[in-house]
Write a protein that binds this ligand. Structure first.
Ligand code: SF4
Length: 192
C-alpha cells in the first residue's frame, strides 16, 4: 500500500475544463505522482463511489472539487468527499461561485425542462418526455438524482477549507497549491 498522501479530483456540475488544468501541469504531473496517490478522479480512473465510502473518514489528504451543485448526486458526493478529506478545495469558478452553471438560476427548473425537452425541435423526442425522479419500466424502477430548482456553490452545501478561483484555474495556480502542500510549509489560515 502506498504511503503517499491521497489526492482526489472530483467533478460535479462541470465542463471538465478544471481536470484539463490538472493535465496541463505537464511534466509537473510526474512530481505530483511522486508525492501523492491519486485515489479518485472519475475523469481519469475507474474508482467507484463505493471505494470512497469504504475509506476511513479523513483518509484523503486533499480533494480538488470542481463543478457546481445542480443535482442531489452532486450534493451527496460533496458530503461524502467532505467527510473523507482533510482538506476540501472549491476548485474553479463553478465550485467557488456557481460559474456558468449558475447562470441557469435566472430561470426555473420547469423553464429548463420545457425548453430542453418540450420546445426543443432539434431533439428527437416526439412524446416530449422529460427526466423524472422515478420511472417504472418493465425491467424495474429507474431512479435519477433530483435536479434542484437552483444551482448552489460547494460552500453552500459543505464546509470548504480553501477556494481556488479561475475558469479553469491556471496550471501555475494549481501547482502553487500542490507545491505548498508538498513543501510542508504552514498553509494559510482556512476559511472560517
Ligand atoms: Fe469548466 Fe470553468 Fe467550471 Fe472549471 S470553472 S468546470 S473550466 S466552466
Amino acid at each position: 500500500m502506498s504511503s503517499r498522501p491521497k489526492l482526489s479530483v472530483y467533478w460535479a456540475s462541470s465542463c471538465s475544463g478544471c481536470e484539463i488544468a490538472v493535465v496541463n501541469l505537464h511534466e509537473k504531473l510526474l512530481e505530483l505522482d511522486e508525492h501523492f496517490d491519486l485515489v479518485f478522479c472519475p475523469c481519469l480512473m475507474d474508482t467507484k463511489k463505493a471505494d470512497v465510502e469504504a475509506m476511513p473518514d479523513g483518509d484523503i489528504a486533499i480533494t480538488l472539487f470542481n463543478g457546481a451543485i445542480r443535482t442531489e448526486e452532486n450534493e451527496e458526493m460533496a458530503e461524502l468527499l467532505r467527510r473523507k478529506s482533510k482538506l476540501l478545495v472549491a476548485y474553479g469558478a463553478c465550485s467557488f461561485q456557481g460559474g456558468i452553471p449558475a447562470l441557469s438560476n435566472f430561470h426555473s427548473r420547469d423553464d429548463h425542462f420545457r425548453t430542453i425537452y418540450g420546445d426543443n425541435l432539434s431533439l428527437e423526442n416526439p412524446a416530449r418526455v422529460a427526466p423524472r425522479r422515478r420511472t417504472e419500466v418493465p425491467e424495474g424502477t429507474l431512479d435519477l438524482p433530483a435536479f434542484y430548482e437552483t444551482v448552489k456553490t460547494l460552500a453552500q452545501c459543505v464546509k470548504v477549507d480553501y477556494f481556488l478561483p479561475g475558469c479553469p484555474p491556471a496550471p501555475h495556480q494549481v501547482w502553487n497549491v500542490m507545491e505548498g502542500i508538498i513543501s510542508g510549509r504552514p498553509l494559510p489560515p482556512r476559511e472560517a
